[in-house]
Design a protein around this ligand. Sequence first.
Ligand code: G3I
Length: 302
Amino acid sequence: ESTLGAAAAQSGRYFGTAIAANRLSDSTYATIAAREFDSVTAENEMKIDATEPQRGQFNFTAADRVYNWAVQNGKEVRGHTLAWHSQQPGWMQSLSGSALRQAMIDHINGVMAHYKGKIAQWDVVNEAFADGSSGARRDSNLQRTGNDWIEVAFRTARAADPNAKLCYNDYNVENWNWAKTQAMYNMVRDFKSRGVPIDCVGFQSHFNSGSPYDSNFRTTLQNFAALGVDVAVTELDIQGAPAATYANVVNDCLAVERCLGITVWGVRDSDSWRSEQTPLLFNNDGSKKPAYTAVLNALNGG
Ligand code: G3I
């Protein structure tokens, strides 16, 4: 196959990208995105600050621009993200305790109702573990509402849209030896043992010199899948875009039956949140980088 999406579909997987609504008017960007990818994640437009700028007043203008573009171009949509310490609107940042807990629940219900039945996977909770070696939860206003905030979010989400796969999503959880990976593993194992409704784990996979790719990523994916959840690579970008590392990530996903697919975090290097690291598959002029060819070849079976 000659595009990433079609090549991934040969094994029942998808190959997606983050889309920014304000770039869709750029024809080079929109042409590549429409041609190559069969899954879309809104880079910022479905986040809390965008969708509920004032408490109880939902705004899906930008989110729907991404959603409608995706559907009109035949792509499935990953929802990102419902409960997160970052990109909270001011009103939410100033809440705490039971008021914040209720606001989180109301937010999940409001956004999921708008997209009920339309989203393949939701990142229900994003980035809830601390960096470093502690293995602890990240301190945040949501965490301070009580350690059960994550399972409450998942139970709320399941009731709001029973057809969406519900994912926990995080970064620096790709290396099996990292404390954060182990902490996330223990949470998912606990959720599965207690019947908390979680379907998938998203590995963001923002690899750079500080948190490099390691070949034990495949072990990580396999170990999580063995707990009874699907896994996905949700925000892939790699500093310098080495072709061999991109191919390794693809082959790791292909080796794990429950790996649903791969999403890269933008189209061209110039679209990246860290464009100075040139971490993506397309050059700024829209031409294909060596990493693109490596990914396509891997998806086509090597
Ligand atoms: O839209 C405003 C614009 O009006 C304003 O003029 C401009 C000035 O700074 O800011 C614009 O908003 C920025 C937004 O991206 C859209 O470009 C925000 O400042 C900026 O903080 C925001 O960054 C996003 C970041 O999440 C925020 O946490 C990145 O685009 C986005 O790629 C990044 O994505 C995250 C995932 O959601 C979660 N995992 C990590 C990943 C990378 O940080």
